[in-house]
Design a protein around this ligand. Structure first.
Ligand code: WQD
Length: 334
């Protein structure tokens, strides 16, 4: 199948392009390179043995998008393109509504014009908000607590409405929990611009001596070691979920939302200690204040992904730590 992958040079997008190419699909990437580098294209090709096509394009450029779809008839779209920093979305909400919602609106309108009726959408567990009780299933109430999460839910609702308006239109929103790690080759991985917000890239930079120590945001949570708990999953497992979601769309009409997580919770200190043990490195840390907006415990009920997508995570926390460290040491991470 020939697919358009928006945001395909980004962290999740690039790992998904590798899996799509290795599954025999043809891939056309559209990315504005605002938070990624075109250098990743050659590495995707080196891993997969085939190169994706690439077009530098911002999804808000309707004419550019129409020209691309005119030249590249695709059977489906994997939609990753968007901005994704929670704190930034609180400080600059219009940037998030413009990039994420307006960009998606332009994309879906162009898809309708060219008769493209399949979407796999990169959504997020942040649509559930802080009150959700773990393990979180897809029927849990959605109440995003920040503009980033609200943009993800709005785009899901746009897709749901499109499926209602056109029975031939099919969409699945994949709600990611906490993707971490890197491709086992060490050629692609997470490359945050500036100081990382997320736990794993921060740990990697401390272990590499680029940052002095990890601040553990909260050591007084009601958990076994006082630190917050998340559902970390390997980015390659996540990417494979997208390939299986594509197959699912061939079988099931309408709109679906599916959680992608391991179903297991891991604390901040458990992650840090696993990283040190697996990689034989030290990660100095200190307790710090809780981070506003953080939940105490968030992990998935992944049952639907198992039955609907026939998808389960295969890689362990040790794999995540080993692969993240290999990527950090590659010199390509920053
Ligand atoms: C994980 C845990 C922190 C950094 C976010 C987004 C979510 C998704 C994944 C986009 C928390 C603690 C972190 C540090 C720390 N992104 N931590 N010190 O907040 O669960 O989810 O990223 O889709 O939408 O909300 O991930 O990695 O930032 O934090 O103690 O320097 O690590 O407090 O408990 P989070 P995270």
């Amino acid at each position: 199948m020939k697919l358009l992958v928006t945001g395909g040079t980004g962290y999740i997008g690039s790992h998904t392009c590798v899996e799509l190419l290795q599954a025999g699909h043809a891939v056309v990437i559209a990315d504005n390179l605002s938070n990624s580098s075109s250098a990743v294209l050659e590495r995707i090709a080196r891993i997969a043995g085939k190169a994706p096509a690439f077009h530098k394009l911002d999804l808000r450029d309707a004419q550019g998008l129409q020209a691309l779809l005119q030249r590249n008839p695709v059977a489906a779209v994997m939609h990753f393109a968007g901005v994704k920093a929670v704190a930034e979305s609180v400080a600059d909400p219009l940037k998030y509504y413009d990039n994420n919602v307006n960009g998606s609106l332009t994309l879906f309108a162009a898809m309708r014009e060219f008769g493209v009726k399949r979407v796999v959408f990169s959504s997020s567990a942040t649509v559930y908000g802080a009150q959700a009780v773990s393990p979180i299933g897809e029927r849990a109430a959605t109440a995003p607590a920040n503009p980033y999460g609200r943009t993800k839910l709005m785009i899901e609702e746009m897709l749901r409405d499109l499926c209602t308006a056109d029975p031939e239109f099919r969409a699945v929103a994949l709600r990611y929990f906490n993707p971490v790690g890197a491709h086992v080759s060490g050629l692609i991985g997470e490359a945050p611009q500036g100081t990382p917000n997320n736990l794993m890239p921060y740990i990697c930079q401390v272990a590499a001596g680029k940052l002095p120590e990890l601040r553990v945001f909260g050591k007084d949570y009601p958990t076994k070691d006082g630190t917050a708990i998340r559902d970390y999953l390997h980015v390659t497992d996540l990417a494979r979920g997208h390939v299986q979601a594509l197959d699912y769309l061939e079988r099931v009409p309408g709109f679906s939302a599916v959680n992608l997580g391991t179903g297991r919770g891991t604390s901040v200190l458990e992650m840090l200690q696993t990283f040190e043990r697996v990689n034989q490195v030290r990660v100095p840390w200190k307790s710090a204040d809780r981070r506003p907006g953080d939940t105490v415990i968030t992990y998935a009920d992944p049952a639907l992904a198992g039955t609907a997508l026939n998808w389960r995570t295969q890689r362990t926390l040790e794999d995540m730590c080993r692969d993240a460290w290999r990527w950090q040491k590659s010199g390509l991470a920053d």
